[in-house]
Design a protein around this ligand. Structure first.
Ligand code: ADP
Ligand code: ZN
Length: 186
């Protein structure tokens, strides 16, 4: 069995989690053994599931970092064929080498994550995952200002810390023309 790396990327609200859930559910229908993980940053909707903004969910194991992901997964690696990872941008760069390791073991790895930050810059380690992927699915959202395809995640308000998860109304999808990084709306 050759392994495979699939990376689903794009801004917030582009349907990354939905697409990840869709692929993992189809793998289950195909009787593949699936394990799904997410970082413990993301406890927006569920502690033990990945959730999309459209309220679809799939059971997931929450881990703090790649070291913990490794220690949970490797003891039962022979029982797993498909590995889903949501919010890949909140993991450390070890996710890249760990994904290579898994693909060499013949696993199918499906990762979903933001490709850019709210300042519009590449969001590590996702760019490196795109580089080693067999398939990249780049999704767009709908710009809330003009309705065009949106590739950016707009941070609303003045808090400029990189990781600010959760609170509704903090982010919206914007196209390239409507995206305004660094605008302080207060
Ligand atoms: P992501 O994981 O990329 O943040 P989700 O899979 O969680 O995306 O959510 C996608 C869903 O979000 C869409 O199917 C739609 O119901 C909803 N949604 C809300 N706002 C938007 C928007 N501006 N553009 C597209 N979808 C949106
Ligand atoms: Zn726009």
């Amino acid at each position: 069995h050759p392994g495979r790396i699939e990376v689903i990327t794009g801004p917030m609200f582009s349907g990354k989690s939905e697409e990840l859930i869709r692929r993992l559910k189809r793998a289950r229908i195909a009787k593949r053994r699936v394990a799904c993980f997410k970082p413990d940053f993301d406890v927006r909707y569920h502690r033990t599931a990945i959730a999309s903004h459209s309220a679809q969910t799939l059971d997931a194991i929450t881990v703090a970092n790649v070291a913990e992901l490794r220690s949970v997964l490797m003891p039962r690696i022979d029982e797993v064929e498909v590995i889903g990872i949501d919010e890949a941008q909140f993991f450390d760069s070890a996710l890249v080498s760990f994904s290579s390791e898994l693909v060499h073991l013949g696993k199918r790895i499906i990762l979903a994550g933001l490709d850019t930050t709210f300042t519009g810059e590449p969001f590590p380690p996702v760019p490196d995952l795109l580089a080693i992927a067999d398939e990249v699915i780049k999704l767009s959202a709908v710009c809330v200002c003009c309705g065009s395809p949106a590739i950016h995640t707009q941070r609303l308000g003045s808090n400029q810390s990189l990781v600010l998860v959760g609170a509704a109304g903090l982010y919206e999808a914007r196209c390239r023309a409507c995206f305004q990084p660094w605008v302080d709306e207060h």
